[in-house]
Design a protein around this ligand. Structure first.
Ligand code: NCD
Ligand code: ZN
Length: 385
């Protein structure tokens, strides 16, 4: 009897289809200067190394994350941190008049279990901070990401703060990922949507909430569909450049790749595509927040306990532009980078412009001791002024 062999199935490629006819005619795009809605610049020497990257990227300002080793959890600390940022900014601005014109470091308050509603409101009213950052920690005091161990353990206990924030329209910037050890790493975001975000939104319908660095397609559907209409939207999301570009395979392909490890971790390809559809499709509730998070090589090269964070600051604009171009959607780039829900942070759309050209750009491999995301590769777009 002849044996009948079953043929192995050929692989189905899951990468995004490239548009049939890309708009190759558009070689130059001018949009208002942009705003980074989520940025880590650290402190001291590291700040001197990384802040100039965002300045050179022509950002009008950035939402400065407060997760330093000593978290920015009081008005005094936030004021002092802003001073230190301003010193570094001015040192760079002096040598290049005009170029670095106006960069607004928008401070955030690191919410802990003991932050009082009064402190939050006072810091906001005194113009010290623009928003409150929510990190969560589990009952053992372990945070889910870098610098989050001082985060909130008792979310319900924070409701009086949320109530005050709702009254004064102080935005809550949430790192929504479940922090219990036994939750599957790739489901942390969607578990937190059901467990944490939905009850907050239900209890405080007038509270502006930004879902930070969104990665899960289900979370994206939720943000896009929440509430009655865009005009009255209270829920928004930031999306990073790296999460638009890589899926979870990038962490493991060819060996473990610490340079592709960040929190939330990149998800499977179908999630990347779903998130990207809202972003490049021009949905107004999604805006650019790089979550550029520098760690030196030593922290990134630990065999166990490798630090979470991807550094994109040097070429973030070009990376976002590349994603929009690949989806044939450059007409939506300006809103995503420079307009969407800026009012939530008390920012206006800039009257100054920036121009990006279809010119090859080599991504630097390193800035100081920090490896750059996709370092050494080439991008087809370049910010030219
Ligand atoms: C951030 C960091 O390094 O501060 N890391 C990261 O992976 N994104 C913290 C954070 O935003 O989660
Ligand atoms: Zn971050």
């Amino acid at each position: 009897m002849t044996r009948i062999y079953a043929r192995p199935l050929s692989p189905r490629f899951l990468t995004s289809p490239s548009p049939i006819e890309r708009n190759k005619m558009l070689n130059r795009i001018t949009i208002p200067r942009w705003f980074d809605r989520h940025l880590h610049i650290r402190d001291s020497e590291m700040m001197k190394t990384v802040l100039p990257c965002t300045l050179k990227q022509r950002a009008t300002g950035a939402i400065i994350m407060p997760n330093l080793a000593d978290p920015i959890s009081s008005i005094e600390k936030a004021k002092a941190y802003r001073e230190r940022i301003t010193v570094v900014y001015q040192a760079h601005a002096e040598g290049t008049p005009g170029y670095y014109s106006r960069f607004e470091p928008c401070m955030t308050c690191y919410l802990t279990d003991s932050t009082s509603p009064d402190e939050v409101v006072r810091g906001f009213q005194e113009g010290v901070w623009r928003a409150v950052k929510l990190y969560m920690a589990n009952q053992k005091g372990q945070g889910g990401t870098t610098g989050s161990a001082h985060g909130v353990k008792d979310l319900l206990g924070r409701y009086p703060v949320f109530e005050a924030m709702e009254k004064h329209k102080i935005p809550l910037l949430g790192h929504f990922e479940a922090v219990e050890e036994d939750v599957d790493e790739f489901d942390r975001e969607i578990v937190s949507v059901d467990r944490d975000l939905k009850p907050i939104l239900k209890s405080f319908p007038g509270l502006p909430v930004v879902f930070e660095h969104l990665t899960d397609g289900r979370a994206a559907d939720f943000v896009a569909g929440y509430g009655c209409c865009d005009e009255h939207a209270t829920l928004f999301a930031t999306v990073t450049a790296h999460h638009l570009m890589i899926n979870r395979n990038a962490m493991f392909w060819g060996g473990m790749n610490a340079g592709h490890y960040c929190k939330p971790v990149p998800k499977r390809e179908s999630h990347r595509q779903r998130v990207r559809k809202y972003v490049t499709g021009g949905h107004r509730r999604f805006g650019a927040g790089t979550d550029s998070a520098p760690h030196d090589e030593q922290m990134k090269s630990r065999c166990y306990g490798c630090a979470a964070g991807i550094f994109t600051a040097p070429t973030a604009v070009e990376m976002y532009t590349t994603a929009f171009d690949e989806d044939n959607a450059l007409e939506h780039l300006g809103a995503f980078l420079s307009e969407n829900f800026l009012g939530t942070y008390g920012m206006r759309v800039s009257s100054e412009q920036m121009t990006i050209e279809r010119t090859p750009l080599k991504v630097p491999v390193k800035v100081g001791a920090v490896q750059v995301f996709k370092g050494g590769t080439e991008l087809p777009w370049k910010l030219v002024g």
